[in-house]
Ligand binder design. Structure first.
Ligand code: AMP
Ligand code: TRP
Length: 325
């Protein structure tokens, strides 16, 4: 049976290969089988201070990234979170059944508030509640995300159950959807930390906008393990990570790639990997650059109408159950 899929990414910072392999690539596959809704979560982005013009620009860019990656507006709904006010409304309501102690346990909150002590705002603290609202408004069954978002999906499940048992059956209990090899793409300069756009060195990540020369340079400089062999094993985390990237982009299995390189050196493997990455990103960037701004705005407008209809129905039921209407 077809299930509903929902996911989103914040329109801030530079997207990297980890975001694509951990989340967006899975979205593209899921949209063929399931009714899918993909959101650009600008209300989440403002939990860090944003420049208004820049935010508007980034929101449009993120929509183009979705489209260039293969999200098809004929199959999926693509929209901007703030265009559908029900997200903020449901987030408020869910706040009233969320315990402060539950939010205090969130590792992303702990990380983000220690990174930026000047701006530990209430929105940052309540971020997972807004994410739960995003998911629950659309009767979502599956939430494709990277590993770092699992704790947030878990809170959405808890809140859905709590609401249902207090006010009556209203929300579907969502499940995370994870691709094992892509759920945690590690930094090229440090295979013990996840690839991240806030990493201090640009040699940590491959941005979706990196030029072919930059990609080749970054992969050449990627750290390798002390062992000499190319094998897929936890004792060689650097090569394991590079094999995951290779396999996901080549639609193969990491162990197969490893055996194809048995007896060969790291240099040859890295050279081939760089071409695999360039071979994916070059056409991706071509598609991205050929997308017309007006078309994207129209896609977001159509998406808004579809999302509003779904969210409006669900909010009607919520208000009714709570005595708010
Ligand atoms: P973020 O970059 O934190 O806004 O995350 C956007 C999406 O990409 C989320 O679904 C994350 O779980 C996923 N993601 C971020 N970094 C990685 C990574 N290094 N490996 C796999 N998935 C990631
Ligand atoms: N919190 C997610 C992130 O940082 C983005 C997000 C917001 C999201 N709402 C969501 C992801 C709903 C999946 C479903 O990556």
């Amino acid at each position: 049976m077809s299930q509903r899929v929902f996911s989103g990414i914040q329109p801030s910072g530079t997207l990297h290969l980890g975001n694509y392999l951990g989340a967006i690539k899975n979205w593209v596959n899921l949209q063929d089988k399931h009714e899918s809704v993909f959101c650009i979560v600008d209300l989440h982005a403002i939990t860090a201070l944003q420049n208004p013009e820049e935010l508007r620009k980034k929101t449009l860019e993120m929509a183009k990234i979705y489209l260039a990656a293969g999200i098809d507006p004929e199959k999926s709904t693509i929209f901007v979170q703030s265009h559908v006010p029900e997200h903020a409304e449901l987030a408020w309501i869910l706040n009233t059944i969320t315990k402060i102690s539950e939010l205090e346990r969130m590792t992303q909150f702990k990380d983000k508030s220690s990174e930026n002590k000047q701006n530990i705002n209430a929105g940052l603290f309540n971020y997972p509640v807004l994410m739960a609202a995003d998911i629950l408004l659309y009767d979502t069954n599956l939430v494709p995300v990277g590993e770092d978002q699992l704790q947030h999906v878990e809170i959405a499940r808890t809140l859905a159950r709590r609401f249902n048992s207090t006010f009556g059956e209203t929300f579907v209990i969502p499940e995370p959807s994870i691709v094992k090899e892509g759920m945690r793409i590690m930094g090229l300069d440090d295979p013990m930390k996840k690839m991240s756009k806030s990493a201090p060195s640009e040699y940590n990540y491959i941005a979706l906008t990196d030029s072919p020369e930059k990609i080749r340079e970054k992969i050449k400089r990627a750290v390798t393990d002390s062992g000499r062999q190319i094998k897929y094993s936890d004792d060689q985390p650097a090569i394991k990570n590079l094999l995951n990237i290779y396999a996901l982009l080549d639609n193969a299995r990491p162990a197969e790639i490893a055996s194809a390189y048995r007896g060969k050196g790291y240099a040859e493997f890295k050279k081939d990997l760089a071409e695999i990455v360039v071979g994916f990103l070059e056409p991706f960037q071509k598609r991205y650059n050929s997308i017309d701004d007006q078309d994207v705005l129209q896609t977001l407008e159509d998406g808004k109408e579809k999302a509003k209809k779904m969210a409006g129905e669900k909010m009607g039921a919520v208000r009714e159950k709570m005595g708010l209407a």
